[in-house]
Design a protein around this ligand. Sequence first.
Ligand code: FAD
Length: 452
Amino acid sequence: MGAGLVGSLLALYLARRGYSVDVYERRPDIRRAGAVGGRSINLALSDRGWKALAGVGLTDEVRRVALPMTHRVMHAVDGTLTEQPYGLNGEAIYSVSRGGLNQTLLELCAREPRIRLHFEQQATHVDLATGTVALHDLTQHPPRAYELPTARLIGTDGAYSAIRSAMLKTERFDYSQDYEDYGYKELTIAPGPDGAWQLAPDALHIWPRGQYMMIALPNLDGSFTCTLFFPYEGPDSFAALTTPAAVQAFFERVMPDAVPLMPELTEDFFRNPTGSLVTMRCFPWSHGGHTLLIGDAAHAVVPFYGQGMNAGFEDCRILNELLDALGDADAAWPQVLHTFERRRKPDADAIAQLALDNFVEMRDKVADPRFLLRKKVEARLAKDHPGWWLPLYSQVTFSPDTPYHEALANGRRQDQLMSRVLPLIQTEADYDTPAVQEAIQAEIRLTAESLS
Ligand code: FAD
């Protein structure tokens, strides 16, 4: 249920195992209707997502339309630019069009004889005892209600899942949803006169401003999609910017270098909706051995680590691996679903926490010289002691075999270590002093002792 990014990838995985898959989607077919509202919205795809796409042979097709971003560029109010590489060896995250990727996945689904796609069909309710789904056929006026019996039902219907709503009413179902005091607004940096990018296209651009920030990811057509993450209330907030003149004055005051690149700033600001940011946690993710939630339906996270889709794609790969290990037989499915939810839940909780932590890093810390110094020290540690130190960002983004919960725990240990070593370091050159090198050796001995 749901032909978004995760539902369409999962359908491919299941069809290739020999399953007959019916995919129901509330929206019209985006291959015909075009991207929602004609806007170009992009996402950062990283190694976990690539690994899952490789499982259905999609790497080359997506790589052709993906723009590598090897570093962050921070824009200060005075226009000064600071760079920070994402990886240790030029690794990149990739800007891809959300609509374009979904379309590519749906085109592949349409070519699979075992997949049938049903658009404008909205699930409204599920009888979990029988697996019967109540749907509305939105192509009819008024919408026609009907019931669909299912042998197995997988809810890939996103953060506001109808399948999850039915599970919510079952006994001992844990559920929480936490909204941020921030919303987001998509804005656009236009292409230059000859279609050229007006900012470096191999970077993710950030305007960190303490309590809020704007980011920009490149598109193939020379534009950038910007996202302003901004408080709902307060002196600098959505509530305070109520007129085009106020929006213009605000941007000129806090992001003056971006304003000349955004000719439709005020139109975009008032035309585009304000999105909310939610962390949704729930458990269990399965019911009765036949119904399962995956992707955002099971775990919606805030977007600050760029991992929501990547985590949902990883769900698909891991479910496929469990079917390899435990078998496709009807009798194996309850065990597959049970194993899947128990294995993935700690990782979903970990990426939810990492994403919340990363908001503070992106909007505030990246503008702090001490934070940038720490990043440089970490790069030196990783170079000198590769088996011992890998920056948290690399563990999450470039290490698809490190579970998120392990990355989170490693990151916590690294924070403690840094709180002991960093006070000895004032400039990057201090790293080579005997005092710092001795402190690092002591930490390495400490790690070895704690492991033995
Ligand atoms: P969705 O993409 O929400 O798809 C759900 C589908 O189900 C939709 O097509 C919907 O129409 C359909 N549906 C819903 N209800 C019903 C119903 N009742 N009946 C039938 N169909 C239904 N992730 C990253 O990895 N990298 C990023 O850089 C990134 N940036 C983000 C930026 C923002 C601002 C936001 C909000 C999210 C971002 N994410 C990012 C997260 C990512 O968008 C989600 O994790 C991802 O879209 C989840 O995919 P999904 O298929 O589970 O859910």
